[in-house]
Design a protein around this ligand. Sequence first.
Ligand code: ADE
Ligand code: ZN
Length: 319
Amino acid sequence: MPLPKAELHLHIEGTLEPELAFALAARGGISLPYADADELRRAYSFTDLQSFLDLYYALMAVLRTEDDFADLADAYLERAAEQGVRHAEIFFDPQAHTARGVDIGTVIEGLSRALDAGRERHGISTQLIMCFLRDESAQSALDTFEAAKPYLSRISAVGLDSAEVGNPPSKFREVYERAAAEGLRRVAHAGEEGPPAYIWEALDVLGVERVDHGLRSLEDPELVARLVRDRIPLTLCPLSNVRLRCIDRIEDHPLRAMLDAGLLATVNSDDPAYFGGYAGDNYDAVRAALGLDDETLRGLARNSFEAAFLDGDEALRAR
Ligand code: ADE
Ligand code: ZN
């Protein structure tokens, strides 16, 4: 029985397995520049975040209809359930779809259909987090937020992702203010490739309650003190960090040092179809590489429920 856990850093587009990409391409009459799923999988060799993002956005061409998004989310939930995920807070990237002419409603309705069925079908509760692409303009984020207004009841939080360096959180102050005014929770990717200063900005300018990655937090002791004091969770993604060369080897991951420093660290999968593992696989990887004992693993799972956007009763039910 895998440890029950919450997954808090998961891009639904990053769960597109090569086999599903080919199936959706066939259904949509789209041709992919790879002979088959094996050849596509062999292309999953990245030198940094941008090299991954290039393939990640290109492959989204197969996602066009509500059914495509529903099938994507259903396939993820099936894999997640096998790995002990009981609750998932799921990112999606509307601009990556609207830029291709796919209506934001198609994306949200398709995902919601599968997620609503997910509680019964897979025993997983879910929430949606709408991310803005930080390498697009602040105006594009504002336009996206306005386009999402009819669907806000289906969205629990806003997030910030894509190419980090050169696109600091402060660029998105206004859209985060609007999101807060609508009662949405706030998270942002920060400190994946970018410096600790971006984590400070995410906290102080955007008002985030949770930092996605925060991998570079330990470089700044004052930042660590702040994160510990305010019990700000970090959603770490160990296999992703190795595949995107943020760290050389999983043995170098700062997770243990972060726990020792008193940080509320959680373990998640990011883009599991691309990085070689779902949530449980990430737990297994850090257990083996960092020599974590069962109590530490249970603590990580407890952290995941504490860091989730669940109220007390919901958290008890999810566990
Ligand atoms: N979008 C999907 N995965 C991402 C990651 N690891 N960092 C930033 N943006 C992303
Ligand atoms: Zn991410």
